[in-house]
Design a protein around this ligand. Structure first.
Ligand SMILES: Nc1ncnc2c1ncn2[C@@H]1O[C@H](COP(=O)(O)OP(=O)(O)O)[C@@H](O)[C@H]1O
Ligand SMILES: [Mg+2]
Length: 368
C-alpha cells in the first residue's frame, strides 16, 4: 500500500537540499544566455484557439476562441470552475488532445517562435519531451507503476539531452535532491507505490524539470494533496521555476492558489476567457461578476466566526451548442436584457492589459 506523508519519519520529510553546481546549473545558465538574444519576451502566444470534441451527443466546444500570451519565466494563472476548459487548453498547447473525439478546430499557438499546430510528429515529440514539462493532479496515474522512479526520470533525459547513462543517472540524483527527496541515490530503484502522494508529486516535478523545459503546464498540481503538503509543493514549484527560469501555467480551480503564485491570471468560464488581469487588479477591481463570485468563495477571516461561504449559484452551462449570449448570464445577479441577446467581447477596462467580457462593466455599463 502507498505510504502517506504522515507516515514518513521526521528525518525523511522533504527538505530542499542545496546541491553543488552541476548539470542543472549549466542548463539554467544556458537559458539565461538565450534570454539576452531573444527578439521578443513572449514565450507562448495563443490566438483564437478553439478545441472541440465531436461526441455522439453533439460537438462539445470545450475551448472557444481563447487568446493569451505568456512571457519567458512568467507564472500565469488559469482559473475557473471544473469543466470550463482549463485542462483542454493545456492539452491543446502540448498537442495532447485525444483525437478522436477531440480536435483543434481554429486558432494558432506559437511557442518560443515555433508554430505548434504545424509541427510534425518529431517536432511534437521534442516539444512534449524537452520544451514543455507537465505536472498533473494525480501523479499515480501519470507515473508508470511498473518502472522505477530512477528509470522514469532518466528516460526523458537520455532521449532528449543526449547524456550518457552515467551522466543521466547523476542528473536524476541531482534532480531528486532538488525536489527534496531524501537519500535520493538509494531511492532510484523504488517504484511509484513506495512513495507517498506528496513525494510522488515531487517526482513528477523532477520529471517535468528534467530536460530544462521553457514551460511547465501545472494542471491542478496539488488538488489531490492535503493542505500542508499542498503548500510545500506549491512553494517547491515556485522556487524551482524561479531558479530554472521556467514559465509556469498554473491551472487551478482555486483562485487563492493562483493569487499566491502568479502575477497575472486568466479567468476562464464555459470555454472562454472572461477576465484577464494582474492578481492585484483582480482582487481590487474585478470587472466580471463571475470573478466576484470566485473571490467571494475564497475562505476569509470571517469564516472563523462561522459565517457561511458564499458560492456562485447554479452550474456552468453544457458546452454543446452554447448560445451566442453571455455564457454567465443565467447565473449572474446583474443580468439585463442585452446579456441574453448578444455576447460581450473581451475588452479593456480602466487599466492596460485588464480585459473583461461583460456588458455591465463596460464604460457605458450599469456597474461603475
Ligand atoms: N475526451 C473528451 N471527450 C468529450 N468531452 C471532453 C473530453 N475531454 C474534455 N471534455 C469536455 O471539455 C470541457 C472542458 O473540460 P476540461 O478542460 O477538462 O475542464 P477543466 O479542466 O476546466 O475542469 C468539459 O465540458 C469536458 O466534459
Ligand atoms: Mg482540468
Amino acid at each position: 500500500m502507498a505510504t502517506t506523508d504522515a507516515d514518513v519519519p521526521e528525518a525523511e520529510r522533504p527538505t530542499i537540499i542545496e546541491v553543488t553546481p552541476g548539470v542543472l546549473e549549466r542548463g539554467a545558465s544556458l537559458q539565461a544566455s538565450e534570454k539576452t538574444e531573444r527578439a521578443s519576451d513572449v514565450l507562448l502566444e495563443v490566438r483564437g484557439l478553439s478545441t472541440h470534441f465531436f461526441t455522439p451527443s453533439g460537438v462539445v466546444q470545450a475551448v472557444d476562441d481563447v487568446s493569451f500570451d505568456m512571457k519567458y519565466g512568467e507564472t500565469l494563472g488559469l482559473v475557473g470552475e471544473s469543466g470550463c476548459g482549463k485542462s483542454v487548453t493545456a492539452l491543446s498547447i502540448a498537442r495532447l488532445v485525444p483525437n478522436p473525439p477531440g480536435r483543434i478546430v481554429a486558432g494558432s499557438i506559437t511557442f518560443d517562435g515555433i508554430d505548434v499546430l504545424k509541427l510534425n510528429n518529431d517536432g511534437i515529440r521534442k516539444l512534449r519531451g524537452k520544451e514543455i514539462g507537465f505536472i498533473f493532479q494525480d501523479p499515480l496515474t501519470s507515473l508508470n507503476p511498473t518502472l522505477t522512479i530512477g528509470y522514469q526520470i532518466a528516460e526523458a533525459i537520455r532521449q532528449h539531452m543526449g547524456l550518457s547513462d552515467a551522466a543521466a543517472r547523476d542528473r536524476v540524483i541531482e534532480l531528486l535532491s532538488k525536489v527534496g527527496i531524501p537519500r535520493a541515490k538509494e531511492r532510484l530503484g523504488d517504484y511509484p507505490f513506495q512513495f507517498s502522494g506528496g513525494m510522488r508529486q515531487r517526482v513528477m516535478i523532477a520529471i517535468a524539470l528534467s530536460c530544462d523545459p521553457k514551460l511547465i503546464l501545472a494542471d491542478e498540481p496539488t488538488t489531490a494533496l492535503d493542505v500542508t503538503i499542498q503548500a510545500q509543493i506549491l512553494e517547491l514549484i515556485q522556487k524551482l521555476s524561479d531558479e530554472f527560469g521556467t514559465a509556469v501555467l498554473m491551472i487551478t480551480h482555486d483562485l487563492g492558489i493562483a493569487a499566491g503564485m502568479c502575477d497575472r491570471v486568466n479567468v476562464m468560464y464555459a470555454g472562454r476567457i472572461v477576465e484577464t488581469a494582474t492578481v492585484d487588479e483582480l482582487f481590487e477591481q474585478p470587472r466580471m461578476p463571475y470573478s466576484w463570485g470566485l473571490l467571494d468563495s475564497l475562505p476569509q477571516i470571517d469564516d472563523v466566526r462561522g459565517e457561511k461561504l458564499r458560492t456562485i449559484e447554479g452550474m456552468p452551462p453544457v458546452l454543446i451548442s452554447p448560445p451566442d449570449t453571455c455564457r454567465f448570464s443565467p447565473r449572474c445577479p446583474y443580468v439585463r436584457d442585452i446579456c441574453n441577446e448578444h455576447e460581450p467581447m473581451l475588452t479593456e477596462r480602466a487599466s492596460k492589459g485588464h480585459l473583461a467580457r461583460c456588458w455591465a462593466t463596460q464604460p457605458d455599463g450599469w456597474i461603475a
